[in-house]
Design a protein around this ligand. Structure first.
Ligand SMILES: NC(=O)c1ccc[n+]([C@@H]2O[C@H](COP(=O)([O-])OP(=O)(O)OC[C@H]3O[C@@H](n4cnc5c(N)ncnc54)[C@H](OP(=O)(O)O)[C@@H]3O)[C@@H](O)[C@H]2O)c1
Length: 272
């Protein structure tokens, strides 16, 4: 059973399908975000790093704010207490909104004590500038430490997840600790469309390999944020709730042997 929204510790409901917006910039990006909202997307994923918060703000301006769920992220260069607060205020100004639904530490920064960053996130929650705090790109060991430090619940961990990077243990750790999981690059940046197992399962269900990958992640209890500039693709990526994968389908995808980490910046050590 896949739900269209998951409840966060605050009681807020986070839609399990969101729109990824990396590279959705300028007039082309604005058109895509508006088209997505028009067809029913309610959750938008942006970040300080994407340099498109103004575009997101423009797209949501005439919408019912309460019906939307907006996630943004603070870069690793801005994790000191004062910087987190200032960066969040700048994001709110750029988007022209009063609060961010979910604010994430985009990447960890070992040079800044985590206590500082989580204290700032707690302050932002207290001030009502963000409704939920979370992290991104936190592996198990770091997440466990963070859970011991943060005075506010860590509502979400956004990590790379797709059929070629099934981080089963990390998903379990998150869910066991009440941390929802958002899968980024859920389509492996288009690579899922060429995989024979995903194509075969898709053909059996009359679905595309992309829909199979998204549905597999949803059946794992994850939230998905595929990105597209094209209306046809945006619409296709929404068709993930009215059908399901069988247990053998899920097992076949679990067993895909390829291992591919698409996002591996120099400053991060994934310890694989
Ligand atoms: N927290 C982090 O560190 C982090 C890192 C990376 C990404 N993210 C977030 O996750 C989001 C998603 O990841 P992503 O953008 O890297 O990759 P993705 O969503 O896995 O893949 C996007 C690519 O797939 C294509 N595509 C989308 N739907 C399609 C469809 N139905 N049929 C065929 N092709 C399709 C898109 O091309 P078209 O435009 O031509 O459709 C685009 O080239 C990002 O936008 C961002 O919001 C977060």
């Amino acid at each position: 059973m896949v739900q269209e929204a998951v409840e966060l510790p605050s009681g807020d409901m986070m839609p399990t399908l969101g729109l990824g917006t990396w590279r959705l910039q300028g007039s082309e990006g604005l058109r895509a975000i508006r088209a997505a909202l028009e067809m029913g997307y309610r959750h938008i994923d942006t970040a300080e790093m994407y340099e498109n918060q103004e575009t997101v703000g423009e797209a949501v301006r005439d919408r019912d704010r309460q019906a939307l769920f907006i996630t943004s992220k603070v870069t690793p260069q801005h994790l000191r207490h004062g910087d987190v607060i200032a960066t969040c205020e700048a994001a709110l100004l750029e988007m022209g909104i009063d609060y961010i639904d979910l604010y994430l530490i985009h990447w960890p920064n070992p040079d800044v004590p985590m206590e500082q960053t989580f204290d700032a996130l707690a302050r932002l929650v207290e001030l009502g500038r963000i409704r939920n705090a979370g992290v991104s790109n936190f592996q198990s060991e770091r997440l466990s430490r963070a859970l011991g430090i943060s005075s506010v619940p860590i509502a979400n961990n956004q990590v790379e997840l797709h059929p070629f990077l099934y981080q089963r243990d990390l998903i379990r750790l998150c869910h066991d600790n009440g941390v929802s999981v958002t899968a980024y690059c859920p389509l492996a940046r288009g690579k899922v469309f060429r995989h024979p197992t995903l194509r075969r399962i898709g053909e059996e269900h009359g679905r595309t390999p992309g829909q199979v990958a998204l549905r597999w992640l949803l059946q794992k209890g994850c939230i998905v944020i595929p990105r597209s500039l094209k209306e046809r693709h945006l619409r296709e990526n929404m068709q993930v709730y009215d059908w399901s994968l069988s247990e053998p389908d899920v097992a076949a995808i679990d067993d895909i042997p390829e291992r591919l980490r698409l996002i591996n910046p120099e400053f991060e050590e994934f310890g694989e």
